[in-house]
Design a protein around this ligand. Structure first.
Ligand code: ADP
Ligand code: G6P
Length: 760
């Protein structure tokens, strides 16, 4: 069990951040209320834990295995662990539901029927977001984030949206299904797009990599060359290259092999044989109790061999170690019942007095006990019906430096690609499986040695350290990440700036010869109300703006997310106040002295070319809408919007897909997918760009901006030395001053009017 200690300074940044559903340790609450940490189950943790032990200052972001509050970040075995909270509902819907009752069976060739529920998907989405939010801040600038496995397929894209400066890798520990099976998955394209947020995607087998690439080609229609996928950028963003490569995972082979030298472990192996009544042969199966592992098939074969009298239970004993797994998922419950029933039946019919025909262990063992079992086993049965890799097969080989023992290996386990010298079986064919068991039990020592030598060569040469090194090196070589664009936050919290500080800034600003005074509308000039149409702007603030606009050397603008006509009807400003609507995409009537300059700024205004582009976009979207009844197209002066909320059946998804596919052909268009809506804007829609253009058009020496919303940060982000940004209300901001509310806004505008008026 790893030693864990909580740490004050765990929240720092790391060169390598691993993100997986589970932390390497699971928390358990002891009867006295204290927390105990035990190693988590499964191959992912076995492999990555040993990799992370060799990394300096690595971090691991994951779930601690218990629903509810997550513990604070802590250090364990030289690694910083960042627990992610999953509530009971997340556990049921994201983990047991979408991950383990939808994706797991689907990706393992539908051995059991995958179930799908829309609430599970919603939870998968929000849980993935939580992992991404936990991982993004802990990576150092230019660092590497390595996301693992099917539970977190949306995380690469989510991290990319937050951290374009880091390298993002993704490794899938389980198979990736054929495109025919994958196509059954609702939300399949979102999953593909989520994964394609990575720079490098790793899979266990060549067939998994090929399946993924053909799913991308077939379902997203992206251009593919060999194993490179060209991901088109939305709007004006450039195409990104994503590499797909096969990296068969492995184990810490030398460490496992070294354990076999330990006299205590050797003694345990000998003791184990004595405890079982000194049988001539021990046959071993070690698995999580999972329907993919073929435990039922194995027991059936063993039971039939005993029934047929081909195996004498006095000579041969089977040990089945079955780690409890996902016990609240129905298919796992059923499996456990069946396995336990079958073991009971076999023992009832065949076990000699005082010892079992099948020794069934439904719990975890520590690594040393596990090695002792492998050392005692004459045959190990790996009969998976489908398995990403299967590390048990490799652990058995690493545990046999004595070159004794036989590995029976399913051709459906990833390990079958590498461990060619094993006795290969198709576990679905019970007769073949029975024959393979008999052959293994009877295999002469020299034949065992020959096979084991070849297997060991493979496993000892290709260990998990080499695997991780190859993956990370390839990731290093793929696509250069962009430098971090972290906006500077000048103020946090809620507290307004000192009145004196605001007064000093206003006084200095009023002295500047040519000014632009611009303000957001909702939340600044008018208090926020729930019914947008019932908005009540502050009459005195509007008056101050109007009067300011009449002063020489002062330009005034209102910049809003509202449509221009809407803004106009609520403010009724004279033409000396410029109105800018739709986040900067619509500009109202301009004073004559500004016009020429703004019209030159083709980014802000419609040109003939943009009109044509918009007409053609509108026509295409209407065609898409006609093909998907219930969807409709809204036209705005500078944008066309496809609304899919009222579409029938899969219409919403299909229409959105078609629209996004089309978007990729439009490099100069800003495409913003929203909830059941996709907006295509032919002019850039940032308030920052609008204020920038207005400042230039009014030849302002400095500008002042008042804003309350995140969209206003695009303006504050470009504040120059003489400019003045005033954030209204609480929240992080790049503005240097904060004022409380609309009333304070009125105060600022009236004070400016006074100061500037005095200057005349
Ligand atoms: P999966 O990842 O699907 O669980 P693998 O065979 O790849 O399958 O990895 C399983 C890992 O869990 C191996 O490292 C194996 O030794 C370990 N393991 C399996 N059963 C037990 C158990 N009862 N006690 C301890 N470790 C176990
Ligand atoms: C497999 C999966 C892992 C998972 C492990 C244990 O190895 O690839 O992602 O962690 O099984 O399953 P659990 O659901 O208990 O995490």
């Amino acid at each position: 069990m790893p030693s864990a200690s909580s740490t004050q300074d765990a929240q720092r940044q790391h060169e390598l951040v691993v993100v997986a559903n589970r932390l390497p340790v699971d928390s358990r609450t002891l009867p006295d209320g204290a927390t105990e940490w035990v190693t988590s189950p499964g191959g992912l943790v076995t492999a990555m834990e040993s990799v992370m032990r060799t990394v300096d200052s690595g971090a691991w972001v994951g779930w601690g295995g218990t629903a509810g509050e997550a513990p604070e970040p802590f250090e364990a075995d030289g690694m910083s662990l960042y627990p992610v909270r999953l509530d009971q509902e997340d556990v049921e819907r994201y983990y047991e539901g979408f991950s383990n009752a939808t994706l797991w069976p689907l990706y393992h060739d539908v051995i059991v029927d995958p179930e799908f529920h829309r609430t599970w998907w919603d939870s998968y989405l929000s849980a993935n977001r939580r992992f991404a939010e936990a991982a993004a801040p802990v990576a150092a600038p230019g660092g590497t984030i390595w996301v693992h496995d099917y539970q977190l397929q949306l995380v690469p894209q989510m991290i990319r949206a937050k951290r374009s400066d880091v390298r993002i890798g993704f490794f899938n520990h389980i198979p990736f299904p054929s495109v025919e099976l994958f196509s059954q998955l609702p939300k399949r394209n979102s999953i593909l797009r989520g994964l394609l947020g990575a720079d490098l995607l790793g899979f266990q087998r060549e067939s998994d990599s090929l399946n993924f690439v053909s799913a991308v080609r077939r379902l997203l229609g992206y251009h593919v060359e060999g194993m490179t996928i060209f991901v088109p950028g939305l709007g004006a963003s450039p195409v990104r290259e994503v590499q797909v490569q096969t990296f068969p995972i492995s184990i810490d082979s030398a460490a496992v092999s070294a354990l076999t030298e330990d006299p205590q472990i050797r003694e345990r192996a000998a003791q184990l044989r004595r405890d079982l009544g000194d049988p001539a042969k021990i046959v071993l199966g070690v698995d999580r109790l999972d329907y993919t592992k073929g435990i039922r098939h194995r027991l059936k074969a063993w039971g039939e061999l005993l029934d047929d009298g081909l195996i004498d239970p006095h000579d041969a004993v089977m040990i089945q170690v079955a780690t409890p797994s996902r016990e609240r998922v129905e298919a796992y419950r059923q499996l456990r019942d069946e396995v336990e029933l079958t073991v009971g039946r076999i023992n009832g019919e065949h076990a000699p007095i005082g010892r079992p025909a099948v020794s069934y262990q439904h719990h975890s063992f520590d690594r040393r006990d596990m090695t002792a079992m492998f050392m005692a086993a004459d045959v190990v049965l790996v009969t998976a019906l489908r398995d990403g890799m299967n590390l048990v097969a490799k652990e058995y080989v690493a545990s046999r430096p004595d070159l004794h023992g036989v590995l029976v290996l399913s051709e459906f386990a990833g390990a079958a690609d590498e461990l060619r010298a094993a006795v290969m079986v198709n576990p679905h064919d019970i007769d073949e499986l029975k024959a393979a068991i008999l052959r293994s039990l009877a295999m002469p020592a020299e034949e065992q040695e020959e096979a084991m030598r070849s297997l060991r060569h493979q496993v000892m040469e290709h260990d998990v350290q080499t695997w991780a090194h190859n993956f990370l090196q390839q990731l290093e070589e793929s696509g250069d990440p962009e430098p971090a664009v972290t906006p500077t936050i000048h103020l946090t919290g809620e507290t307004p700036s000192e009145a004196g500080e605001v007064e000093t800034a206003l006084t200095a600003f009023a002295e500047v010869p040519r000014l632009l005074i611009a303000s957001d509308f909702d939340g600044v000039i008018a208090p926020i109300v729930s019914d947008r149409d019932a908005v009540q702007p502050d009459a005195a603030a509007l008056t101050a703006l109007r009067e300011l606009s009449e002063l020489p050397g002062v330009a005034v603008a209102l910049v809003s997310g509202r449509a221009l006509a809407d803004l106009d009807s609520h403010t009724r400003m004279p033409s000396s106040v410029v109105l800018v609507g739709s986040h900067g995409a619509e500009v109202g009537a301009l004073p004559p002295w500004m016009q020429a300059e703004v019209l030159d700024q083709s980014s802000l205004t419609m040109t003939e070319q943009k009109e044509e582009l918009l007409a053609s976009i509108t026509a295409t979207l209407r065609r898409i809408a006609r093909a998907h009844p219930g969807t409709e197209v809204e036209t705005k002066p500078t944008a066309a919007v496809l609304h899919t909320r009222n579409a029938k059946g899969r219409g919403s998804i299909n229409a959105t897909e078609s629209a996004l596919e089309y978007a990729m052909t439009l490099p100069d268009v800003t495409v913003t997918p929203g909830k059941e809506v996709v907006e295509f804007a032919v002019v850039p829609t940032s308030k920052g760009a609008a204020v920038d253009t207005l400042a230039r058009a009014s030849a302002a020496d400095a500008w002042l901006y008042l804003g309350d919303d995140v969209t206003d940060e695009s303006v504050f982000a470009q504040l120059g030395d003489r400019d003045l940004g005033l954030k209204v209300g609480g929240g992080d901001t790049a503005a240097r001053l904060r004022i409380a509310d609309t009333e304070a806004v009125r105060g600022v505008l009236q004070r400016l009017l006074e100061l500037r008026g005095q200057r005349r």
